[in-house]
Design a binder for this molecule. Structure first.
Ligand code: MG
Length: 161
């Protein structure tokens, strides 16, 4: 039996600016700044969306949801993940596993990992055990390390149903 697996990679980065909400994986974190973005700036949801779309060989998040379209201004980024999941199911695929790395100097991601996994598992229709999430600092180097930006890398494996 072949599952004809497909692998995808997603990356996202947003500037951090004062007096904006910081939302990561659908969780609002207490911080002195948040993401400057057209949508709610959720780097995890954006990178997950692009990883799934990439695995499917389809258009990327910027093509599907242009950041100059007023429709997506302030959008809850779960709608982007939901569209990627709809396309994944239409193509006959399901989540194998995801490995997510979030790069931020602070705040600490660890207290929020379980909720982020739960949020993603609900959106992706998989078990939280299929999702891994790591928080990394950037060792105070460059914009990421100076609390001026946040980034996320995602690798996803899709299996044919
Ligand atoms: Mg983004």
């Amino acid at each position: 039996m072949t599952t004809n697996p497909r692998i995808g990679h997603g990356f996202d980065l947003h500037r951090l600016e004062p007096d904006l909400p910081l939302i990561i994986g659908g969780v609002r974190l207490e911080h002195d700044r948040g993401c400057a973005a057209h949508s709610d700036g959720d780097v995890v949801y954006h990178a997950v969306t692009d990883a799934i779309l990439g695995a499917l060989g389809q258009d990327d998040i910027g093509q599907l949801f242009p950041d100059n379209d007023p429709k997506w201004k302030g959008a809850d980024s779960r709608v982007f993940v939901e569209e990627a999941v709809r396309r994944m199911r239409d193509a006959g695929y399901a989540i194998g596993n995801l490995d997510i790395t979030v790069i931020l100097e602070r705040p600490k991601l660890s207290p929020h990992k379980a909720r982020i996994k739960q949020n993603l598992a609900g959106l992706l229709g998989c078990d939280p055990s299929q999702i891994n999430i790591k928080g990394k600092t950037h060792e105070r180097v460059d914009a990421l390390g100076e609390n001026r930006a946040i980034a996320c890398y995602v690798v996803v494996l899709l299996n044919q149903k």
